[in-house]
Design a protein around this ligand. Sequence first.
Ligand SMILES: C[S@@+](CC[C@H](N)C(=O)[O-])C[C@H]1O[C@@H](n2cnc3c(N)ncnc32)[C@H](O)[C@@H]1O
Length: 275
Amino acid sequence: MTADDYVYVRALVERHTGIVLEADKAYLIEARLGTLARRQGLPSLEALVTQLRQSPGDALQPLVLEALTTQETSFFRDGHPFAALRQTILPALLASRETTRRLVIWCGAASTGQEPYSVAMLLREHFPQLAGWQVRIIATDFSEAALNRARAGHFNPTEAGRGLDERLRARHFHAAADGWRIREELRRMVEFRRLNLIEPWTDLPELDLVLLRNVLIYLGTETKKGILRRIHRQLRPDGFLLLGAAETTMNLEAAFAVTHLEGTTCYRPGPPPAA
Ligand SMILES: C[S@@+](CC[C@H](N)C(=O)[O-])C[C@H]1O[C@@H](n2cnc3c(N)ncnc32)[C@H](O)[C@@H]1O
């Protein structure tokens, strides 16, 4: 790939996803696009970039964007946020929504579904009183390929082994060809749909709880600021936001109040605490 090709690919990725691939990520671009070129039956990486440049809007483009996106995830990833959900956040929301009996949860970078399914399992396991409530878990991602895998709810043995103990696996999955398939009852609790965080968020209702984990780290500062401002508007005033362990609203969106809970940090749309 020429230096000009790198500049072209990096600009394409940022324009369509907000993801900033630093200049030192050339090896990553080359490795991932090399694999894609082989899978597409193209003779070389150069041939792939040439095709991309010649017809930027065709079917190759989403494949390139997906190839350059990190979709790493696991069930109950990092543990602490799920402890906070169980011990503090969900009990608080259940108490404050007792009259409306409605709860809307959004996973804004859901990847292949492990995160929203973890939330669904948590609700099933620990909050039986939600039976009879209208609970929505909306799980979105820009990657159709990730969403299709999430909707299928099929996880290979390695994926099913990450973060999921045998008891939960036995209760919420059944053995399927080469892996485990999520039980229909749990699958139906999650609505998967495509949403690109840097495009308009159409049809997203008012939210009680947002999980936007391990995606902001890939985005540029102004993009992060814009996304956090929109989450602030979309969250109910007493709602909660959880980010990834390496992410924060600090220096990006001062209107969130920062609270430390059960080894994790959560953000609430209140005014910042007085200095
Ligand atoms: C590292 S995964 C995080 C998955 C999960 N939230 C977790 O913490 O395990 C990042 C996800 O963000 C998605 N993503 C990246 N840019 C996006 C954008 N502009 N809009 C929506 N999703 C995006 C990727 O497709 C990927 O599935």
